[in-house]
Ligand binder design. Structure first.
Ligand code: C5P
Length: 234
């Protein structure tokens, strides 16, 4: 993949209002070209805001983790594609993934599948009625995602090497849980530094608090980009 280091950094705008998100984007300026918008901001005016970001030349990852009957998913994905987003997440259920791939047809939107939520362990899966453990279910869903024509996976950096072996070089791996050395881990349990995550096979890094809660967010973003560049050489 021929991405510049800066294109690999996705800053999570986990902020409560469009006003606070606008202020953060202004602070980050040219240092960040890719933003993730999740539930919190999406349901607080974040979709028109996303359209504005795209019009301003930024890339947008809508982390909406869709899951519904196929027709509903497919129509929802069509609308997201019209918005001009670059990435959209769906849960890695076969029907949902198939519908998402149909819905994005003809657009540049790329669908990312969430295999198993990182807050789930084997006991949570058993409580939800699954016989498989986290590792087995994630591997099975990664293979289904590949076979369905999904563009990429969201995964922890720890899983990246194993999942790369399953999906091959054609799918993108997008990893949250990134913590530059010396920053607080917060509630993330499986963390990796930017450089190690790239070495493990991640194509894109999602970083929230280490950037948006930094005293100098722009400097924090630039430092992450520099760390990525040390590994990728560009
Ligand atoms: O602040 P922090 O860097 O931990 O933010 C990580 C972002 O990635 C958050 O928006 C979080 O919802 C998201 N994410 C995650 N783990 C996943 C999937 C998404 O942390 N498995």
């Amino acid at each position: 993949m021929t991405l510049d280091a800066r294109e690999r950094l996705i800053v999570a705008l986990d902020l409560p209002s469009v006003k606070s998100a606008e202020a953060m984007v202004a602070k980050l300026g040219e240092s960040v070209c890719f933003y993730k918008i999740g539930y919190q901001l999406a349901f607080a005016g974040g979709l028109p805001f996303a359209a504005g970001l795209i019009a301003a030349g930024k890339q947008v990852f809508l982390d909406l983790k869709l899951h519904d009957i196929g027709n509903t998913v497919s129509k929802g994905v069509e609308s997201v594609a019209q918005l001009g987003a670059t990435f959209l997440t769906v849960h890695a259920y076969p029907q949902t993934m198939k519908a998402a791939v149909e819905g994005k047809r003809g657009s540049t939107l790329r669908i990312l599948a969430v295999t198993v939520l990182t807050s789930y362990d084997d006991a949570d899966l058993a409580a939800a009625g699954y016989d498989l453990g986290v590792g087995e279910l994630a591997a099975a869903r990664a293979a289904q995602a590949r076979d369905t024509g999904i563009d990429g996976l969201v995964c922890s950096a720890e899983e990246a090497a194993n999942l790369r072996g399953i999906v091959g070089p054609g799918m993108v791996l997008v990893t949250p849980g990134i913590r530059p050395a010396g920053t607080a881990s917060g509630d993330q349990k499986r963390i990796m530094t930017p450089a190690r995550a790239i070495e493990a096979g991640a194509d894109y890094l999602v970083v929230g608090r280490p950037v948006v809660e930094a005293r100098d967010p722009k400097a924090a973003a630039d430092a992450i980009v520099a760390e990525i560049e040390q590994v990728t050489g560009k």
